[in-house]
Design a protein around this ligand. Sequence first.
Ligand code: PA5
Length: 440
Amino acid sequence: MITLSNQKVLDFVSKEAIEALKPQVEAGLRALEEGTGAGNDFIGWLHLPSSIQADFLADIEQTACTFRNECDVVVVCGIGGSYLGARAVIEALNSNFQAYETTGGPAIVYAGHNISEDYLFELTTLLRGKRFGIINISKSGTTTETALAFRLLKKQCEDQRGIDVARRVIVCITDAVRGAARTLATQEGYKTYVIPDNVGGRFSVLTPVGLLPIAIAGYDIRALVAGAVEMERATAPSVPFAENIAAQYAATRNALYAAGKKIEILVNFQPKLHYVSEWWKQLYGESEGKDHKGIFPASVDFSTDLHSMGQWIQEGERTIFETVISVDKTRHSLIVPADEQNLDGLNYLAGRHVDEVNKMAELGTQMAHVDGGVPNLRIVMPELSERYLGQLLYFFEKACGVSGYVLGVNPFNQPGVEAYKKNMFSLLGKPGYEKIEVKG
Ligand code: PA5
């Protein structure tokens, strides 16, 4: 199992301060379980892993097979919770250089998560002449970024591949009955998957939203779900506070927040985890940042960012803490070679694994940051695999729900996200939106 250590925060908040939150954390766990907390109509993710049926996974694998046979490129079209979970898992498992590799299944590219004309132009240019398919993911079915990209891609797919093939290689993942994406899918006869009503976007990675793209990329969704099931059990309300890692994480970060640590930086030492951090930022940012409260979730990729953000973290304002995801075992083995001239002075490392250097960078960084006043939580993953990623995703989801309740917010809504949309629609003259004046 993945583990969590909060030993390196104890110079900053006492064991007693963390323990003092036990009643609130346990109440949070119970509120989730009993469905009595705020936003209780969005807790369908809670027992999702253990309720997934084998035939449901088989159906997803079957669809993935169609995409793998009929496409060289698959575009995952979605934004926020409708794409970050899939990207987090796929990139964590892919080769760092997947974009340059020609073997294996279809290349996965992403769209519908920005409104950049250059991005969409370059994507449609890249897809020209290629056998591509699209997974259109939108719970509401009305998100502008996603709808705009899908409109362009659908037309290109039909023009390039013909209506009949397009109907086989376009799948919609959306609400069961509502929204434009549902209407369109019904009209066109696309294969569809449902995002359950009671699962919000950022908690949807273990629904078809995440599972289908991950399966298309060639990864084992059964192992991913099995890992999540293990974590569902390990974080159940019946698991004692001291052994329940979701409870420990929720308590520790809330104790740190109360002690003035307003920013949490998720740290990795494996570039493949970059999108896990992006997914985590959305999960915690949208869940906790409300009512003028909430830890600000930030992230860095080390050791890369030690050469950019390292100075700030070491000596900037002391309002931060770090949560490091450490991966125990690398997938590959690479030894530092000896060099006769030793001009770079690296012969003291000759014969040792590159990962040993990385691990010492990790340890040295932890020591320096703790000495510099930065509390440090540490999550250890035995290796980067579907099983441990499943554990990690569910762990963060569960801890997020509990943490939000301890903070006193509804972790399952996102009312603030509407503000920019309203202004954008007014400025663009969307029917039904009153014209607004631009000040200044
Ligand atoms: O977590 C959320 O609910 C959001 O981030 C949504 O996932 C995101 O806004 C996309 O919404 P939709 O799936 O309706 O297009």
